[in-house]
Design a protein around this ligand. Structure first.
Ligand code: C2E
Ligand code: MG
Ligand code: MG
Ligand code: MG
Length: 294
């Protein structure tokens, strides 16, 4: 009865909240339908090794081909999904689809990895690691070493101890773990100390202005230094120009990702893009050698 009274009070004092709830419920119904109708699609953005410009893999980024609104980015629907009953089903879809796509590339090149964003509730779901284990067991053609789980440092991880256990189990299955958007949370250093991670991703908000903003540059340099001290490869996100790429290489950064290399692309564009990229790189290198010897 107290609960009912509480609800009535909402009607009296905050009709806006009710409208907001109704709107979210409708949005979730639409997303559920979209999942059934296969309106979601993964785009892929290359991740590059700075040493030799070799593409090491691709990050999967979700998009929604909305029947009326066109192509929607995750910022337009993931907030509604967060903490809803759809968060785990959608996360499962992403996981399966990303691995499926990777296996298609592996017919051309087995070295290519896939990076998959995992939401904190999905990661912390009781059956997450069990599911991965049985999935890998029933798909012996999938190479776990080529799968990276990207975990947001900010959300990861209210229950840091459990998160550590889950991530350690994923690592024992052969997967890699990346700490995404590093530096944006409240406890970056604590996470760095307690979570089992392989790769650190410097958030793009620090990278964007690092050529002109001395504090951003200092942060980027410090994160690279820190990552090196912890023996973690470090990936800079949001690399929009070659000037950024060169500066990052000079700072000792290992990996980059950003519009300066390529925007996220549809799966079918990935192998053609890769062939073109490699062709350019090898021509550039052989040109360099030619110049040196002549
Ligand atoms: P994120 O994981 O940090 O991904 C990087 C975001 O930066 C992507 O935005 C990417 O398109 C964008 N980006 C890449 N290079 C550049 C650049 O040079 N400049 C700029 N300005 N932006 C760049 P997107 O695809 O809109 O994704 C936003 C966020 O949504 C992701 O951030 C990730 O946290 C989340 N997300 C995306 N896909 C998934 C998914 O499948 N599952 C989950 N749980 N989260 C996802
Ligand atoms: Mg990510
Ligand atoms: Mg990020
Ligand atoms: Mg982000």
């Amino acid at each position: 009865a107290a609960k009912e009274k509480g609800r009535n009070q909402f009607h009296i004092f905050d009709p806006g909240l009710d409208a907001h709830r109704r709107q979210r419920r409708n949005q979730l119904m639409e997303i559920s339908r979209a999942l059934e109708n296969e309106e979601f699609e993964l785009y892929f953005q290359p991740q590059l090794r700075l040493d030799d410009s070799e593409v090491i893999g691709f990050e999967a980024l979700i998009r929604w081909n909305h029947p009326d609104k066109g192509l929607l980015g995750p910022g337009e629907f993931l907030p509604a999904v967060a903490n809803s009953h759809l968060e785990i089903p959608l996360g499962q879809w992403v996981l399966k689809e990303a691995i499926h796509q990777m296996n298609l590339w592996h017919e051309a090149d087995e070295s290519l990895a896939v990076s998959i964003n995992i939401s904190a509730p999905h990661l912390m779901d009781r059956s997450f690691a069990d599911y991965l284990e049985s999935y890998l067991h029933s798909h012996p053609d999938v190479r776990p070493g080529q799968i990276t789980l990207e975990v947001l440092e900010s959300t990861a991880l209210e229950d840091t101890k459990r998160a550590s256990n889950v991530l350690a189990r994923c690592q024992s299955l052969g997967l890699q773990v990346a700490l995404d958007d590093f530096g944006t949370g409240f406890s970056s250093l604590t996470y760095l100390r307690t979570l089992p991670v392989d790769v650190i991703k410097i958030d793009q908000s620090f990278v964007r202005n690092m050529l002109t903003d001395a504090s951003d540059r200092a942060i980027v340099e410090s994160v690279i230094f820190l990552a090196q001290r912890f023996d973690h490869p470090v990936l800079a996100e949001g690399v929009e120009t070659m000037e950024h790429a060169r500066a990052l290489r000079d700072m000792g950064c290992n990996l980059i990702q950003g519009y300066g290399i390529a925007r996220p692309m549809q799966a079918k564009a990935l192998l053609p893009w890769l062939a073109q990229w490699r062709d350019q790189v090898s021509r550039h290198h052989s040109l360099g050698k030619h110049e040196q010897t002549s």
